[in-house]
Design a protein around this ligand. Structure first.
Ligand code: NAD
Length: 492
């Protein structure tokens, strides 16, 4: 039993009462990496009770920001110590190439360090109000118990984006990783234990979304739920959260436009178009999955794009030569391949890829060729729906106005990019884009300092930056009477 991955609840490493386990699969070869305990709604209830006690009674909310910052900095030190084994573990579990998991671990460390710093910075307001006897102040306080649910595409980094600001602000947490990629979260919680977070402050529950995830969203002991994942799941979490009207943050899907004008430098725009969609096998919420090309450059651009897409080295993430790894699971690969069939049936033209890779060892994993469709129309499912794989659709436009209209013709609003050396044009287009994360003459860079989140059905709220910190605080006004005495409201 000892080699079964456990949950961390109330300061103990525990197996679920369910007695069930789940196998964690290496997507590069289908092998079993580990078995982990399968949590249940009961385990969530225990974790919430522990988190409540730690917040309400055991004094976590009264710790100083400096004490919490010291713990978060200690986490950074341990993550730095464990960088190499951690990034290798993440690659085995998620599939992405080592150079990407290297960035993920470094960004994770940066995120904990950033919020450790923010905890210690002055906040709050004092101001005069129309009554000269009153001094008004505004303070930020932790919300309480925060439930946090993340997906499999950036397992460790998504954990950091949620846990670091919540803990820095003085909340206690019940955290659930994706059931497909729980291994780096287990390591992170081992580090939390090592640096000495008090019992009940940080709780890790493993298991399925429909059981464990649902209970986190529905449980009345949870004051706020923060979720990253698919838009459909986000909707059901929002519904489950209505019972106690808990706070809610949702980071959801996208179908983001990457707009290239004819005056853009072709080589660099091609390069970024590839990076925008094929990084992390296209399993990125903000991926530039719709390439909007000015019609006059279509032929030259696509010829170069396809030439380079075909040269991307697809292979196991653990091989340093690999530039693109496997998709996360067989069922996800089949879902992406089904979209290839849908694209064909809809009458789009497949320019490259569209198939699973089965040569040699690759046949054991869930590998797919970079795939590009052109001759699309805005009503096609492959243009409207998030595929979440190495799957690019090309749309063409003639004017700036048409580019803006086409870019915004989506129920999502997460991200978008524009390529042109004309600064004024770039700014005009970006200001019209209904999306929360945008880039000019680049795509993908993300910083702990800047807010992350979407318009429309891409989510509610923001992570990262000061915005992400504030999402884990309540705001309180305090009115202080400078001349204590009678109110004078009643005569007798
Ligand atoms: P998913 O919605 O299937 O699962 C995400 C998490 O939610 C998992 O931990 C899962 O177990 C849990 N879950 C599933 N059903 C649940 C339910 N009914 N109640 C509570 N929890 C539940 O998403 P996924 O397939 O893991 O990830 C891919 C999706 O995540 C894509 O749509 C992608 O765009 C999105 N995503 C968004 C961002 C962002 O910042 N906006 C970042 C990464 C991924």
């Amino acid at each position: 039993m000892s080699d079964i991955g456990r949950m961390y609840i109330d300061g103990e490493w525990v197996l679920s009462g369910s007695g069930e386990t789940r196998e964690v699969i290496n997507p590069a070869d289908g092998s079993i990496l580990a078995s982990v305990t399968e949590g249940t709604a009961d385990d969530v209830k225990k974790a919430v009770a522990a988190a409540r006690r730690a917040f309400d009674k055991d004094g976590w909310q009264d710790t100083t920001p400096h004490e919490r910052a010291a713990l978060l900095r200690a986490v950074c030190t341990k993550l730095e110590r464990d960088r190499e084994p951690l990034l290798k573990l993440e690659t085995l579990d998620n599939g992405k190439p080592l150079r990407e998991t290297g960035y993920d671990v470094d960004d994770t460390i940066g995120c904990f360090r950033y919020y450790a710093g923010m905890a210690e910075k002055p906040t709050g307001q004092t101001f005069s109000v129309p009554d000269p006897n009153i001094q008004t102040m505004v303070v930020r306080e932790p919300i309480g118990v925060c439930g946090q649910i993340v997906p499999w595409n950036y397992p460790l980094l998504m954990a950091a984006w949620k846990l670091a600001p919540a803990l820095a602000a003085g909340n206690t947490v019940v955290f659930k990783p994706s059931e497909l990629t729980p291994l780096s979260a287990i390591r992170l919680f081992e580090i939390f234990e090592e640096v000495g977070f008090p019992k009940g402050v940080v709780n890790l529950v493993l298991g399925a979304g429909a059981t464990v995830g649902h209970e986190i969203a529905a449980n009345h002991g949870v004051d706020k739920v923060a979720f990253t994942g698919g838009t459909k799941t986000g909707r059901s979490i929002m519904q489950a959260a209505t019972g106690n009207l808990k706070g809610i943050s949702l980071e959801l899907g996208g179908k983001s436009p990457n707009i290239v004008f004819a005056d853009a430098d072709l080589e660099s725009a091609v390069d970024y178009a590839l990076f925008a969609i094929f990084c992390n096998q296209g399993q990125v919420c903000s991926a530039g999955s719709r390439l909007l090309l000015e019609e006059s450059i279509q032929d030259a651009f696509l010829a170069r794009l396809v030439e380079r897409a075909n040269k991307i080295r697809v292979g196991p993430g653990s091989s340093p030569a690999s530039e693109m790894g496997p998709l996360i699971s067989e069922s996800h690969l089949n879902r992406v391949l089904a979209y290839v069939e849908i694209g064909r049936q809809e009458g789009a033209t497949l320019l490259c890829g569209g198939n699973r890779l089965t040569e040699g060892e690759l046949g054991k994993g869930w590998f797919m060729r970079p795939t590009i469709f052109t001759d699309t129309t805005p009503d096609m499912r492959i243009v409207k729906e998030e595929v979440f794989g190495p799957f690019l659709v090309v749309q063409t436009f003639r004017t700036e106005a048409e580019a803006i209209e086409m870019a915004n013709d989506t129920e999502y609003g997460l991200a978008g990019g524009v390529f042109t050396p004309d600064g004024a044009k770039a700014m005009r287009v970006i200001r019209k884009l209904r999306a929360g994360i945008t880039w000019i003459n680049t795509y993908n860079p993300t910083f702990n300092e800047a807010p992350w989140g979407g318009y429309k059905q891409s989510g509610i709220g923001r992570e990262l930056g000061t915005f992400g910190y504030e999402e884990y605080t309540e705001v309180k006004q305090i009115n202080l009477n400078l001349n204590p005495g009678m109110s004078g409201w009643f005569e007798f």
